[in-house]
Design a protein around this ligand. Structure first.
Ligand code: 13P
Length: 287
């Protein structure tokens, strides 16, 4: 059964580790992530962006697929199904479809409007037992057509949103979705420290997990990050493994064109990436 992300993230924050949110795109992705979490006895959050939800034929299809897998693959570790960077309407659609967690990304609204809409969703999510992630300060780079400027959040605005009763808070600290440019300045630990000082026990969320060096990840966890989002890195690993298979001409040998064979190296590559991240984040054995 899907669970809200509340308990797993509170435990992570108290235990100084982080739970990975891995974005899903299709059946192979979902299965690879769930199997890895189960093998490593780790809690996990499956992230679904609005674009990925549309691609997978709608939120209800996603809920059906994930619930089916939890049962058929006998997954017993805590799993949350989470809307990533949701707009106001998408949040309601996912709540209705059976997601166990949503992110309302109101970072592009003026802070007053972000507060109003977040407040309303806090109430709805509490009634239905879902966890809710809010965002302050847009996260850089492009994700599913949403372009962020990569600003550092204002710690006082973070406190304002945290006090509304959200479950977890994403704050821009110089992080960027996708690959980091060569001249990236790194994470702003000063900002993160100031945010944690004001928000206390609130689990903080680090977006743009792809390509952040291990020492920065560890430092961020020490400063209160309890959820780390990874998307691009699984995509890169999947693409590289698939390219290798095709370039080696394996799709032309025997029944190598069978999608169950063609997509297998990519799925294995996702598993390896997820394992590496769970080990780095410290969530192994914490289910
Ligand atoms: P990356 O694609 O950079 O790993 O970011 C993922 C993310 O933050 C999803 O919200």
């Amino acid at each position: 059964m899907l669970v809200s992300a509340k308990e797993m993230l509170e435990k992570a924050k108290a235990g100084h580790y982080a739970v990975g949110q891995f974005n899903i795109n299709n059946l192979e992705w979902t299965k690879a992530i769930l199997q890895t979490a189960q093998e490593l006895n780790s809690p996990v959050i499956l992230g679904v962006s609005e674009g990925a939800g549309k691609y997978m034929a709608g939120y209800k299809t996603v809920v059906g697929m994930v619930n089916g897998m939890l049962e058929e693959l006998k997954i017993t570790v805590p799993v949350a199904l989470h809307l990533d960077h949701g707009g106001y309407e998408a949040c309601y659609k996912c709540i209705e479809a059976g997601f166990s967690s949503v992110m309302f990304d109101g970072s592009h609204y003026p802070i007053e409007e972000n507060v109003e809409k977040t407040k309303e969703l806090v109430k709805v999510c509490a009634e239905k037992g879902l966890s809710l992630e809010a965002e302050v300060g847009s996260i850089g780079g492009e994700e599913d057509g949403v372009v962020g400027m990569g600003e550092c959040a204002d710690p006082k605005e973070c406190k304002m949103i945290a006090d509304l009763g959200v479950t977890m808070l994403a704050a821009g600290i110089g992080n960027i979705h996708g690959k980091y440019p060569a001249n990236w300045q790194g994470l702003s630990f000063e900002t993160l420290d100031a945010i944690q000082a004001l928000t206390g026990d609130m689990p903080l969320v680090l977006h743009g997990g792809t390509g952040i060096p291990a020492d920065m990840i560890k430092k961020a966890i020490n400063l209160g990050v309890a959820k780390i989002n990874v998307n691009t890195e699984c995509q890169l690993a999947f693409a590289a493994a698939t390219r290798e298979y095709v370039e080696a001409g394996k799709d032309l040998q025997g029944k190598g064109y069978d999608p169950r064979k063609l997509l297998a190296p990519g799925a294995e590559a996702i598993k390896a990436t997820v394992k590496e991240k769970m080990e780095l984040f410290g969530s192994v054995g914490k289910a």
